[in-house]
Design a binder for this molecule. Sequence first.
Ligand SMILES: Cc1ncc(COP(=O)(O)O)c(C=O)c1O
Length: 386
Amino acid sequence: MALKTGRGAAAPPFIVMDVITAANARQAALPPDAPAVIHMEVGQPGTGAPAAAAAAAARALAAGEPMGYTESLGRPSLRRRIARHYADWYGLDLPPERVAVTVGASGAFPLAFLAAFDPGDRVALAAPFYPPYVNILTALGMRPVVLPTGPETRFQPTVDALERLDPAPDGLIVASPCNPAGTMLHADELRAIAGWCHATGVRLISDEIYHGLNYSAPIVTAAALSPSAVVVNSFSKYFSMTGWRIGWLVLPDDLLRPVECLAQNLFISAPHIAQVAAEAAFECTEELRANVIRYRRSRDLLLRALPGAGFPRISPAEGAFYLYADISGRSNDSQDFCRRMLAEAGIAAAPGVDFDRARGHTFVRFSYCGPEADMAEAARRLHDWK
Ligand SMILES: Cc1ncc(COP(=O)(O)O)c(C=O)c1O
């Protein structure tokens, strides 16, 4: 007899993870003297944790600190340090009690979604989007409401588009800088959206994971713009601690205790050792700024080189480490295009269908967080391949 499976069993893959597997298989099959595959599919810094963060973890282990559970909302010292970060970066006086330490931003999403929404609730977001937003909402029985966006709004939602939704959504997810386009909501735009959400009773979830990786426009946090917004952030990108699986939420007062109870039940706590390292990462500004400067150079190089290499329309990226390229002049099947690019040019990139199921077949996402020399070589290979 066929056994029942749950709604979550229908969760689609996060396609970029499959591309990583294909790129690794391609590399393994190459003769040792062949040019290596260039990884432009992954969205993780290759730099590793900043030195002082790794050293703090090593010291704690050498001292025999028992790595038990921490309080579910995180070690008090880390919550205080994150709150101070809001004073340092945004001039915001944030009470540490409003900070919840999580298992990456990924672990923050189910906590935030379950605390803020019910099954059946409609949560709006711009397409193209970070695929897990939609996949997690769907697995939890919530209904994503996709707002198609393009270069005319820098792939970001607008208050006008939100006002046209009938009925109004229960929630809205924004990300600035965003994945996959690398584009931003500028301060006035985020302020308008946050104000509209608060006034309309729409719960705003602001994914600020790429803060710090902004190259021209300044960043503002939704926590400074709305008392009801939920902010998601992480040590995975700017802080270069992807595998340490540590992130945080800034919560409005009404969601504090609900998130604490959910965290107690779902995760108990974020990894203790990662919390020790994360606290030290805040003191590594010089090292982390050097990464940002490198990303910015790679972005500038690719924005200059890609139009001549057969990618004339690229997202006006101001942050993160992604470019979203329109390939409609060359293909209407981004998965096939990426397969050929890997096989023929030795470059792995993510097909747009991962980020926009309706229109992503004519887009490709390039990630440029890899070594600078690889990015220059990728531009040459793409030019020859076009
Ligand atoms: C927009 C966005 N949000 C969240 C995440 C998940 O990050 P974490 O490693 O903190 O779980 C990613 C990872 O790529 C991302 O791009």
